[in-house]
Design a protein around this ligand. Structure first.
Ligand code: NAP
Length: 504
């Protein structure tokens, strides 16, 4: 007899990964799906990040869901608010609103060995029971606040870019920006024109590729793509294929990599004529080693009369400003922290307790590890979408999320058919995957380029996807049963009943 029962699936997070998962589950007919989002709106990073100048440096015709192509992006590289609006529209268009609970933070997810179910506890104490938990909590969700002596004593606003204060006055003020990743470069470019003074504190310079980031989409693009959806799909697939160059240049030391690196050096040389400033802006590691920064405006901003690049280390913050290691006090009215994220926290600070009381902190003692980005030994019926080793910066995240969500469908469908109750990836398969990752990471520019970056986890391992898209497709084709422990209640001496297994 084939049982039909509806798994209760809780998806945590309504950013790129969560929205994709919810759309895929809905398309496959799963009806008991709840998406929990701690923010007041969907969009993940595009909701939380609202700093001036926020733009996506990936062209919008590829930085979009494959199932929801948008013909009418106003620009080639769209602004943060535009992308955020797109996420909201997708949620509405795919009828996800009634499955979505905003302003709902999950504080813990605990697995019950006896029932094989998860108890998901919310910030207000409410408990949800789930047969499956999908952590779609993102990579760049927890802001990293630097531990600078005296920061709390500063007599003015201190704001992290990922928690921007819309009331912050920057025009006509002296602004310090700390950090020079993609965010720091964008926020400096945006604040400099109106600031009385813009002081950019950089610990490590970045290579910055020049690109005309404010270009509009070509005229009539929207009309043509709307009239010819198949062409639009072909354009999207073509861009996906073309973006394979990213995975190629980071993985292989080839003329293609060297051409991009030469362009990074040229971008600096062509825009900064002053020798001292150019020397201060020149990194001592190879281009592409850190997550590549792209900007059409930063070098112009930093050579403006009201801007100053400060490379001396920050010693402390005092009431009136920032003191650097050379003993100088730099007086400012506001401090902007563009200091990045605790990128390896993943679903934490949520407490996650799996089989036999194993916590996620214990399981990830040596850094986050998962099987093919998506399953963790010791945590049955829990999956991650865009989890550890996701291909940030080398393969489309929307594509990866959709591939992962479709891969997971296999388990949910088998549960629905009554074939399984519990699925857990094996230690062996996870160790084998991680060994493949370590080997493939060796020649990557992230590893050999001579830099430090947020890509490295606390154990010194790069937490990225070191393979190409074809390998990703192969690894996330269909689950390999030999890589999982699968059990049914009757294997455990328990026969599923209507009460046990939900709606039969
Ligand atoms: P990030 O790349 O991690 O950069 C953080 C910056 O803060 C670095 O320059 C770092 O210096 C500096 N920093 C950290 N702690 C410091 C301290 N105690 N004192 C002085 N400096 C300190 O963070 P992010 O710029 O927010 O970017 C994170 C990621 O978000 C990007 O890599 C990208 O993946 C994504 N992003 C994408 C876009 C886009 O357009 N698609 C835009 C923004 C962000 P060190 O280098 O010396 O550590």
């Amino acid at each position: 007899m084939t049982a039909v029962r509806e798994p209760r699936i809780v998806v945590i997070g309504a950013g790129v990964a969560g929205i994709t998962t919810a759309v895929v589950l809905k398309g496959a007919g799963f009806t008991d799906v709840t998406v929990l989002e701690k923010g007041s709106d969907v969009g993940g990073v595009w909701h939380w990040n609202r700093y001036p100048g926020l733009t996506c440096d990936v062209p919008s015709q590829i930085y979009q869901f494959g199932f929801a192509p948008k013909p009418d992006w106003p620009k080639i590289w769209s602004s943060g608010p535009e992308i955020q609006r797109y996420h909201r529209e997708v949620v509405e268009r795919f009828g996800l609103t009634d499955r979505l609970r905003l302003n709902t933070e999950v504080v813990s997810s605990v697995y019950d060995d006896d029932t094989g179910r998860w108890t998901v506890t919310l910030g207000d104490g409410e408990e949800l029971i789930a047969d499956f938990v999908v952590c779609a909590t993102g990579v760049l969700q927890n802001p990293a606040i630097p531990n600078i002596p005296g920061l709390a004593d500063f007599d003015g606003p201190v704001v992290h870019t990922a928690r921007w204060d819309d009331d912050l006055q920057t025009a006509g003020r002296r602004i310090a920006v700390i950090g020079t990743g993609s965010t720091g470069v964008q926020v400096v470019s945006a604040l400099q024109p109106d600031a009385a003074a813009l002081l950019h504190f950089t610990r490590t310079p970045q290579w910055i590729l020049w690109a005309p980031m404010s270009l509009p989409q070509l005229p009539l693009t929207d009309v043509v793509l709307r009239a010819a959806p198949r062409l639009h799909d072909a354009v999207y697939r073509g861009l996906l294929w073309g973006s394979g160059i990213l995975a190629d240049i980071v993985r292989k030391d080839s003329w293609r990599r060297r051409a991009v690196q030469a362009y990074a050096r040229l971008s600096l040389r062509m825009q900064i004529a002053d020798d001292d400033l150019r020397a201060a802006l020149t990194p001592d590691y190879q281009p592409l080693c850190k997550r590549q920064v792209v900007s059409g405006t930063y070098y112009r901003a930093i050579r403006s009369p009201n801007a100053r690049l400060i490379t001396s280390d920050i010693a402390e913050v005092r009431e009136r400003g920032i003191v650097t290691a050379d003993g100088m006090l730099h007086e400012v009215d506001a401090i902007v922290l563009a200091t990045g994220f605790r990128a390896h926290d993943y679903m934490r600070p949520m407490t996650v307790v799996g089989r036999d009381g194993l916590t996620i902190d214990e399981a990830w003692d040596g850094g986050p590890r998962a099987y093919r980005m998506t399953a963790i030994p010791g945590f049955p019926n829990l999956f991650t979408v865009l989890g550890p080793n996701s291909p940030t910066g080398s393969i489309s995240l929307q594509y990866t999320a959709e591939k992962t969500a479709r891969y997971l469908l296999d388990w949910f469908e088998r549960y629905r058919r009554g074939e399984i109750d519990r699925v857990e990836v094996t230690e062996e398969a996870t160790a084998e995957f991680n060994a493949q990752v370590v080997e493939a990471l060796e020649p990557t520019i992230w590893n050999t380029g001579g830099c430090n970056s947020w890509y490295f986890d606390e154990s010194g391992t790069v937490d990225l996807w070191p393979f190409d898209r074809r390998t990703l497709d192969a690894m996330l084709g269909r689950p390999d049963p030999s890589h999982f422990h699968v059990t049914r209640h009757d294997d455990l001496g328990e026969v599923p009943t209507a009460a046990d297994s939900g709606d039969l």
